[in-house]
Design a protein around this ligand. Structure first.
Ligand code: AMP
Ligand code: MG
Length: 318
C-alpha cells in the first residue's frame, strides 16, 4: 500500500492511483496527462462520453483548468470548499478533451479529505478522478471496496471510511445555476448561499444511453447498481419478503432484524440523513454479497441528503 509521497510520485510519472476523498474513493490521474487519463477510463470500463471531475488542492488552482470563475461559483466555493461540491465551469484549452468528454466545460472540486489534499498538493498538478469502481457499480467508500473492484491492478491510499459517503453535488455555473447531480451538499444549502431557488436537472427517462450521456453526462438512469435485484418501496410495513424470493434483504432507516428478512441493513434515524448517506454504499455492498434473491430499499425523506440517497436507490433499482 503506497503512502502519500509514493502515490504522488506515481501520479507525476503518469500512473493511476486510488485515493480517499470525503465523498467516495477516487481513481486518480494527472489531469494534464492524456495517456494517464485514458488508463482511468480503461480500468473502469467507463464510456468516454462521461467526463471526469478535476480535483484541485487550492481554490486558486481552479484557474489552471477553468477559463472563468464567475461570482456565484466563487460564493459556492467559499461556502462549501473544501468539500463535496463540484463546480462546472468553462474549460481551459489545456485540459485534454478526454477529461471533459469533449465538452466546453470542466467539473472542478477541492476535496475536504486531508489525504486527498496532501496527495494533490504533492503531485503538483490537478488530479482527474472518477469514483474507483467499475462503471455502473456501487461507489467505494473504503480502501477494501477499491481492492474488491480492482485487486492488485491499482495502488490504494488508505484513508479510512469516507465521511460523506455519496458523490459530490455537481452544479453547473456556466449560466443560470443548475444542479446536475444530487450529492453530498444539500440543494437547500446551495440555495441558502445563492439566495435563490436552483433548478435540479432530471435524468432522462428511457432512450439511448449514449445519446442521454452526451446530453447530460453522468446522469445515466441505470447506475450505482448492485448485482442483486433492488426494489425500491415507499414503506416496508406489511410487505411480505417471501413475495420477492426465498432470501430477501432490507435496507431502510430504523430497520430492525426479523420480520422474515434474510439480512437487514439499518441506515439509522431520519434525523440523521447525512449519517444514512455515509452508511449507504457499504450497506448496499454487504447486502449484495449476502447471496440474496432481492433487496428491498425503503425511500427516505426527500430533504437534505435524503434527496441524494433516494436518487442513488432509484437508479440502483432500474
Ligand atoms: P464521478 O463518476 O463521481 O466521477 O462523477 C463525474 C460526474 O460529474 C459526471 O458523470 C458528470 O455527471 C459530472 N461532470 C463532470 N464534469 C462535468 C462537466 N464538464 N459537465 C457536466 N457534468 C460534469
Ligand atoms: Mg462514479
Amino acid at each position: 500500500m503506497p503512502g502519500v509521497a509514493e502515490a504522488a510520485a506515481q501520479l507525476r510519472a503518469g500512473g493511476v492511483v486510488a485515493f480517499p476523498t470525503e465523498t467516495v474513493y477516487g481513481l486518480g490521474a494527472d489531469a494534464f496527462n492524456e495517456r494517464a487519463v485514458a488508463r482511468v477510463f480503461e480500468l473502469k470500463g467507463r464510456p468516454r462520453f462521461d467526463p471526469l471531475i478535476v480535483h484541485v488542492a487550492e481554490t486558486a488552482d481552479v484557474e489552471t483548468v477553468a477559463s472563468a470563475f464567475p461570482a456565484e461559483a466563487r460564493r459556492l466555493a467559499e461556502a462549501f470548499w473544501p468539500g463535496p461540491l463540484t463546480l462546472v465551469l468553462p474549460k481551459r484549452e489545456a485540459v485534454p478533451d478526454l477529461v471533459t468528454a469533449g465538452l466546453g466545460t470542466v467539473g472542478v472540486r477541492r476535496p475536504g479529505h486531508e489525504t486527498a489534499q496532501a496527495l494533490i498538493a504533492a503531485a503538483q498538478t490537478p488530479i482527474a478522478a472518477p469514483s474507483a469502481n467499475r462503471f455502473g457499480r456501487i461507489s467505494p467508500t473504503t480502501a477494501q471496496h477499491v481492492r474488491a473492484e480492482f485487486g492488485d491492478a491499482v495502488g490504494v491510499l488508505d484513508g479510512g471510511p469516507c465521511a460523506t459517503g455519496v458523490e459530490s453535488t455537481v452544479v453547473s455555473l456556466t449560466g443560470e445555476p443548475v444542479v446536475l447531480r444530487l450529492g453530498g451538499v444539500a440543494v437547500e444549502a446551495i440555495e441558502a448561499v445563492l439566495g435563490r431557488a436552483v433548478a435540479v436537472a432530471r435524468p432522462k427517462q428511457g432512450g439511448d444511453e449514449a445519446e442521454e450521456g452526451r446530453a447530460s453526462p453522468g446522469m445515466l438512469e441505470r447506475h450505482y447498481a448492485p448485482g442483486t435485484r433492488l426494489v425500491m418501496v415507499e414503506d416496508a410495513a406489511g410487505l411480505d419478503p417471501a413475495g420477492l424470493g426465498a432470501r430477501v434483504g432490507l435496507l431502510a432507516l430504523d430497520a430492525e432484524p426479523g420480520g422474515g428478512w434474510a439480512a437487514v441493513e439499518d441506515l439509522g434515524g431520519a434525523d440523521d440523513l447525512a449519517g444514512a448517506a455515509a452508511r449507504l454504499f457499504a450497506a448496499m455492498r454487504r447486502l449484495d454479497e449476502a447471496g440474496l434473491d432481492a433487496i428491498v430499499a425503503v425511500r427516505v425523506p426527500d430533504r437534505g441528503l435524503g434527496r441524494a440517497i433516494n436518487d442513488r436507490l432509484r437508479r440502483a433499482s432500474l
